[in-house]
Design a binder for this molecule. Sequence first.
Ligand code: PLP
Length: 363
Amino acid sequence: MPITPRLLLGPGPSNAHPRVLAALATPLVGHLDPQFLTLMDEVQERLRRLFGTQNALTLPLSATGSAGMEACLVNLLEPGDAIVVGVAGVFGERMCDVAARAGARVTRVDAEWGSALSSQAMASAIAHVRPKAVAFVHAETSTGVLQPVEAIARAAKSVGALVILDCVTSLGGIPVTLDAWGIDAAYSGTQKCLSCPPGLSPVTFSPRAVETVLARKTKVQSWYLDVSMLARYYGGERVYHHTAPISMIYAIAEALRIVEEEGMDARAARHRAAAQSLIEQLAPLGFTPLVAEEVRLPSLTTLRLSERIVAAGEAKVRRKLLDEHNIEVGGGLGKLAGTVWRVGLMGENAREENVRRLVEALA
Ligand code: PLP
């Protein structure tokens, strides 16, 4: 069955850039071919720049964002270790689940969905538990909140804890400066603000995080995600670990070149302008933003629905947008189901013409 193209304005995936799609069609070479290894070096160096880090262990993990989350948690935690997790939406919840499955003792600090985590509440839990690690989400895709990072990272550092940050919906849309913030491990995904298909999870581990992995008493429970083994392929040795997904590496290489050609500051400004325009143009149709302006995420806007849309059945309206206008927007997740829409203006899609297409279709 032929696939009808859609404008993907949901929580991800977003549309891939045409240059990225063209890169996917590049002829395959072997995963140990010198040309491919040079390309992998380029990707790793560009990822370091985009993450704002000097971390040697920075690589595109061969799996989606959830595997990046799992890689950070299962490598840094051993059974019995304590972790404090900030939970302000679905992805903070998921971190708790992954950490608990790794045998960690999880202390969660909850925030109202649609609000940011309280730095004070996080700091007092951290001071009380003195955990091995602290984890939270930079850009909560389930609520549309952009979490301030520095105060929580400082509180974690003050007790010597490692800091783990989810950058899935921020990398490539919002400036990320991991070393300046004091982050030890972070992960992202390709299908949001990088305008690349889903399939890779850029991850990075600080030297201190790597030392922690190397000093483990127990083996990492996941063979595939054990970064001490991955480091031998993605580091200098290039020892076979698994077959790298060649075409996706072509794709992310092109996506990262496009980000650098535009420049992160211009890209962030474009995301902010598109989100602002969306909110202004949808206000007359009765949509209001869920999240306070100070912590609103530009790449994903959560909108409370107008009475007309609730009365019409919000899922039916979304289906109509898809069937008749080829536009996808996201419904609410978890506690927000049925009450909000999540509109992603991510990567290439963060443009006025897409805002107009959605507003015209809704009008
Ligand atoms: N973390 C956040 C903030 C996300 O938005 C997502 C996906 O939407 C994930 C993690 C999981 O990524 P994936 O669905 O690529 O496994």
